[in-house]
Design a protein around this ligand. Structure first.
Ligand SMILES: *Cc1c(COP(=O)(O)O)cnc(C)c1O
Length: 337
């Protein structure tokens, strides 16, 4: 049976053309700053996000942890959304690798509640233990990949009242495409951003952290401390460069297919069976009575998906799924839920 993998956009495999481009990459020892492909990727992402410099890191998790270690000291309070990736999906790395204290606020809006952020900022100033950083996620995966638009970011920056705002932008590219704005506009006012190459962009690995030249030079040290100093990483960076050139605008196709998948399910099943949440980018969340059992039933029918901690089924569209795969997935889902 043909398996349709909707677990994540990280399951995409590098295309033949991408592999050919990677094979031709010029490389050097990046530990000595001598890998031209890594340098080109870092410059490229920094430009796209509107920052001075970039740093190639192994994963989104490493990008977040390097950023936390660079922007906060052990023990510092850092505000995150209650369902943030760096709280729920990084195996406690923020505690172990960055030794910071995470404070959570509601994220039902798709971003940290601004009035709760403003309250915490005020309270911790009175405690003489000021909030060091506010970390936001764009898009916000647990609310169905919802993008944070410029207005919402401006509201958050005002609530932050001068406290630095860091963006976990693993899916920032999806946000920019969905909102039809330049990625840099979604970063303006923040202190740094991490963006993934291995999700919707379909490169085999890597993320790029962007910020000021001063921030990046300190982040480079933190990356080394986490064992992330790289050597001939240009082969991997080339995959990222290829992806930025060829796979950015096509993210709109993933968004269109997610809408199609959601509408096929919601028009054929009652909300009591499958409550399909509104779709903003490439993520479809479906509330069902028994998520683990539903996940197994779908897997038996050749449709793979994830279950979020809150209990929704998560279906993610990506480059390796075409229109036909989405129609087939929907018919199997409707038949088995
Ligand atoms: C995927 C993701 C990450 C990190 O991903 P890695 O698997 O470590 O590359 C970080 N933040 C968000 C919001 C993500 O979706």
């Amino acid at each position: 049976m043909e398996v349709i993998d909707l677990r994540s956009d990280t399951v995409t495999k590098p295309s033949t053309a991408m592999r050919a481009f990677m094979m031709e990459a010029e490389v050097g020892d990046d530990g000595y700053g001598e890998d031209p492909s890594v340098a080109a990727l870092e410059r490229r992402v920094a430009e796209l996000t509107g920052f001075e410099a970039g740093l190639f890191v192994a994963s989104g998790t490493m990008g977040n942890q390097v950023a936390l270690r660079t922007l906060a000291q052990p023990g510092d309070p850092v505000i995150v959304a209650a369902r943030a990736h760096l709280l729920q999906f990084e195996a406690g790395a923020s505690a172990k690798n960055a030794s910071i204290q995470l404070l959570t606020v509601d994220d039902g809006l798709g971003y940290p509640d601004p009035s709760q952020v403003a309250d915490l900022v005020r309270q911790y100033r009175r405690l003489h233990n000021p909030i060091r950083l506010i970390a936001i996620e764009n898009t916000h995966m647990p609310s169905g990949g919802r993008p944070i638009d410029r207005d919402a970011l401006v509201t958050l920056l005002a609530a932050a009242d001068g406290t630095p705002v860091y963006i976990d932008g693993a899916r920032l590219w999806n946000a920019a495409v969905a909102l039809d704005v330049a990625p840099a506009l979604l970063c303006q006012g923040s202190v740094a951003v991490s963006t993934c190459l291995s999700k919707g962009l379909a490169a085999p690995m890597g993320s790029v952290l962007s910020g000021s030249t001063e921030f990046i030079s300190r982040a480079r040290v933190e990356r080394a401390r986490l064992g992330g100093r790289l050597r001939q990483a240009g082969i991997m960076a080339a995959g990222g460069l290829y992806a930025l050139d060829h796979h950015m605008t096509r993210l709109a196709e993933d968004h269109r297919r997610a809408q199609r998948l959601a509408s096929l399910i919601s028009t054929q099943l009652p909300a009591t069976t499958a409550d399909v949440q509104s779709v903003a980018t490439n993520i479809v969340l479906v509330k069902v009575k028994d998520p683990t059992e539903s996940q197994q039933r779908l897997a038996d029918q050749g449709v793979l998906c994830n279950v979020l901690p809150a209990g929704e089924l998560r279906l993610v569209t990506h480059r390796d799924l075409d229109d036909r795969a989405i129609e087939l997935a929907a018919s199997r889902i409707v038949a088995s839920l």
